[in-house]
Design a protein around this ligand. Sequence first.
Ligand code: IMP
Length: 425
Amino acid sequence: MPATVIIGAQWGDEGKGKVVDLLADRSDVVARFQGGNNAGHTIVTGEETFKLHLIPSGILYPGTTCVIGNGTVIDPGVLHDEIDGLEARGIDMSTLRISGNAHLIMPYHVRLDGASEMRLGRFSIGTTGRGIGPCYQDKAARKGIRAQDLFDEKILTKKIEIALEMKNVLLTEVYGVEPMDSQVVAEEVLTHAERLCPFITDTSLLINDALDARKSVLLEGAQGTLLDIDHGTYPFVTSSNPTAGAACTGLGLGPTRIERVLGVTKAYTTRVGEGPFPTEANDEAGKRMTERGNEFGTTTGRQRRCGWLDLVALRYAVRISGITELALTKLDVLSGFDTLSVCVAYRTREGEVLTELPANQTVYHGCTPVYDDVPGWSEEIVGVQDIEQLPRAARDYVSMITETTAVPVALVGTGQGRREVIDLA
Ligand code: IMP
């Protein structure tokens, strides 16, 4: 059975966790392929709320194998705590698997992330401060520490010593912050080895075997298309590829293994951190979205920037990832607007109207949205499960998205809870 990829079609926080959670019910394997604990999913199951940063939400379903793939970056302390926290709440962790090739976020990566942002000042990226960028930098520079290094204390300590030699120069001479002691860092990292090592394995083999055995496999992306290091709003992006292609490299499987690409988009748009956001609404409408949508980050608690749905960016996401279906989340947040603006094109500084996302970032920074206004609806729709029970204008809003993107909307989210969803597949 071919695999399904789930990706964010905007700037992250689209509600992928909820969609993964829904599909995980019917999946044998759920695998994360990029990012780290810069991501955060909130899953509401009945009375319980789970906040997950690294472990796929499939872990809440007994018997589902959950993989943290080679393309991810893992903070060993964060993962250790997440495993312990879930276990303490009675969740069986025996189905968790970690790729030995995944890179580990070291304490110096976190310190460098903070110091670099501080130095950039008003040019900062607005990172989550979790050490994601510096860890991926070391991966590309071939100076990284990988999960498999936890098995070998001597090699791990040596690698940290070598890495820190340069990092300490950077920390003290360039950023003017405290250096770190390699022995102390190695000892700290090793405190997690006993807990994490039993989960480390060849996850590429595991996933390919599962596909050969016709099992159902879900590949879960973090962040979103416009935060992609290659295809996003560079440099205001994350350091990995949250787009569908990365599922292959981030897990060790071929593109022919993937059949479905599910893109998740909110019914409006949000963004955390710096960078261009043409449909940002710094007015009452944006404020209403923040409040009704509870738009505060799961990971950093930062208030998200809010704005109208951007169909140019959505069509771009469809193109970059070959999205075959859309999941539209948080439609309930839009109740109560007389009219809804949807961005159908951009106007450049020079007045040119663009219907495709500009390939040049300077042009993009200067773009303003061209809006169509469509009718809103006043009824609350929280918990609606049948498309026929949506007000006419809400149904038209969903149809308009399908028509503009030429991609069917398979799921519509109408609330936080697991079952507050309309299944159109
Ligand atoms: P980093 O991934 O911490 O390096 O942050 C780079 C950019 O990506 C910043 O603008 C962050 O706010 C953004 N970012 C990272 N992870 C997420 C996420 O899960 N949701 C939304 N934005 C994110």
